[in-house]
Design a protein around this ligand. Structure first.
Ligand SMILES: Cc1ncc(COP(=O)(O)O)c(C=O)c1O
Length: 389
């Protein structure tokens, strides 16, 4: 299917397809959870067809893990110039399972988790379920965009923080950190003897800038980082349950071998096969998607100007998420709720992304283009009706 066909996908069809994004809110356009609406890459579909015809329904064999690790290493080498030793790549069910593992196995039991906000929502809830104190550090916003609040992070690490949750590119703001920014963060982390959980799940969805894997930056970042990544975001298959932890510190790998078995057990065989297909043969499709998403992002900029000119945003450099400041509407922590009820567009509530985020919404623009147009129009109409904005 060419990208021109993606424009023809209808709301009705997408609801019949049955994704979470399109079925959780029955009558609304699904622009919230991070799923894309486009048909999966042909090599992945083929790998799953072949799997359905196989007899490989028992536990995944070690040879499959070895293939997955080699494919991961090769993919990150080709795209980002960092090829971890395959033996340092461990399959897990999903990135959040990886975060759970890091909190359970690798972090001092008393250490708090430091989260730059706005943050990917589960970063603010999942550690708390594991009885971890969370220290939010709101990012700074200046004329050139969002900046890490390094003095704030230093302070948080001094006050009991042991682990910084880095999201690169950063969901929900779409920022791709520069080498210098990552370097400056690493200096603070080193100074405080802390660790970094580097969530690189969106690393294959970059429009501008050069993405750098945080662990690959220096010997220091390699030593204090555990990287979590996955093909599931860029290749749109999070239901298949396969992500990867990459250990760049030898002691971490030893600890994982000792304690990681049951966590690694959560990754599925079809997920592993699909991930191998994505990493080895998925690039032509991924490039198509990136082009389509970039055009959607640019279209969204124009649509916002036309229908929601009072909304401000910085077009994302990566991810397919727009972080829209709709605080002028005056609905604070209920801004997405307003758009859901009044415009029938389902977005993520900014307030769920942490301190300083009330009045924002996160919009997933990985929609068929005519549906993106309809969503923004409806939002504009609802806002005009409500308050003359
Ligand atoms: C930054 C980030 N990390 C993790 C996840 C969740 O990934 P998984 O389904 O592999 O747990 C998402 C999903 O959108 C995400 O955006």
């Amino acid at each position: 299917m060419s990208t021109a066909e993606w424009d023809k996908l209808t709301e009705e069809q997408l609801r019949v397809n049955g994704s979470l994004k399109w079925t959780a809110h029955e009558h609304a356009i699904g622009a919230w959870v991070a799923e894309m609406d486009y048909p999966i890459a042909p090599p992945i579909r083929q790998a799953l067809r072949d799997y359905a015809e196989s007899e490989l329904f028992g536990y995944p064999p070690p040879a499959l893990d070895a293939q997955l690790a080699a494919a991961t290493s090769d993919y990150y080498g080709r795209h980002f110039g960092w090829s971890p030793e395959p033996e340092c790549v461990a399959p897990i069910a999903d990135v959040l399972a990886g975060l759970g593992a890091v909190l359970d196995i690798f972090l001092d039991p008393q250490a708090a988790v430091v989260v730059p906000t706005p943050a990917y929502m589960p970063f603010l809830t999942y550690p708390a379920l594991k009885n971890r104190r969370i220290i939010q550090v709101p990012m700074l916003r200046d004329g050139s965009g969002w900046q890490m609040n390094l003095p704030g992070i230093r302070e948080a690490l001094r006050n009991g923080g042991g682990l910084v949750l880095l999201c690169n590119p950063h969901n929900p703001i779409g920022k791709v950190y520069t080498r210098q920014e990552l370097q400056s963060l690493s200096e603070v982390v080193e100074e405080q003897g802390a660790r970094v959980f580097s969530d690189e799940i969106h690393s294959s969805l970059i429009f501008e800038g050069t993405h750098r894997l945080y662990a690959s930056l220096s010997l220091e970042t390699a030593a204090h980082t555990i990287t979590a990544t996955s093909a599931t975001k860029a290749f749109n298959m999070p239901g298949l349950k396969c992500a990867q932890l990459v250990f760049s510190a030898p002691a971490d790998l030893d600890l994982w071998r000792d304690k990681g078995f049951f966590i690694g057990h959560g990754a599925s065989t079809p997920g592993k096969l699909a991930t191998i297909a994505a990493y080895t043969s998925g690039d032509p499709w991924r490039r198509q998607v990136l082009g389509y998403l970039r055009d959607n992002r640019d279209l969204l900029a124009g649509l916002l100007d036309e229908h929601l000119s009072w909304v401000t945003w910085l077009p994302p450099e990566g991810t397919y998420l727009g972080w829209l400041d709709a605080s002028a509407l005056g609905h604070g922590e209920r801004t997405a709720e307003f758009f859901l009820n009044q415009a029938r567009v389902a977005l993520v509530e900014g307030a769920q992304c942490g301190e300083g985020s009330a009045g924002f919404v996160r919009m997933n623009f990985a929609l068929p283009r005519p549906i993106l147009v309809e969503a923004v129009k409806r939002m504009g109409q609802a806002a005009s009706k409500a308050g003359g904005l």
